[in-house]
Ligand binder design. Structure first.
Ligand code: HEM
Length: 144
């Protein structure tokens, strides 16, 4: 299936639709943690690896926090709120220079993972739509 990256000017925040809760029902919490872990492993080899924690411990923690978030946003237990407090994703990304190209690399890494993932296409599409649109919100630095 085709995953399209929506182009958008920096600073706009299009309305976001959360992923279908069936994504989590299908994957289970462990499946979701693996999906996020696989994505982070690709990021760690990518041109934006410098944005992420350099140590193995820091990286493992980053995976955990991110998976907590995605389980929560897909209708599971509120692990992220319990461990990290209110999501406030835009603010949490503020310390990192996220350019349109960084977003593209981040999303392309997800495309690789989603293409390999065993999950019905409609659920992949729902998850993708969320990533594609919400990631626009996170861009905070013009392209250099
Ligand atoms: C636009 C591309 C994005 C880039 C380059 C990016 C980059 C980062 C970086 C550098 C961090 C800090 C290190 C870490 O904990 O992993 C981070 C944290 C995080 N990101 Fe992103 N991110 C992007 C988009 C998103 C999107 C769209 C979401 C949610 C749908 C998201 C969810 C998170 C979460 C949950 C954390 C952990 C925050 C915490 O524990 O305080 N990110 N991201």
């Amino acid at each position: 299936m085709q995953f399209t990256i929506t182009e958008a000017p920096m600073g706009i925040r299009p309305p976001v639709v959360k992923p279908d809760p069936k994504v989590l029902e299908f994957l289970g919490e462990e499946g979701m943690r693996k999906l996020i872990s696989d994505h982070y492993d690709l990021l760690r080899q990518s041109d934006i690896k410098g944005l992420f924690p350099p140590t193995d411990e820091g990286f493992a923690l980053a995976k955990q926090h991110s998976a907590d978030f995605f389980i929560q946003i897909c209708g599971g237990p509120d692990y992220f709120n319990q461990n990290r407090g209110a999501p406030m994703m835009v603010g949490r990304h503020q310390p990192f220079k996220i350019t349109p190209n960084a977003r593209k690399i981040w999303l392309e890494s997800y495309i690789i993972i989603l293409n390999k993932l065993d999950m019905p296409d409609d659920l992949k599409q729902s998850f993708w739509n969320y990533l594609d649109i919400f990631s626009i919100w996170m861009v905070n630095t013009p392209q250099d």
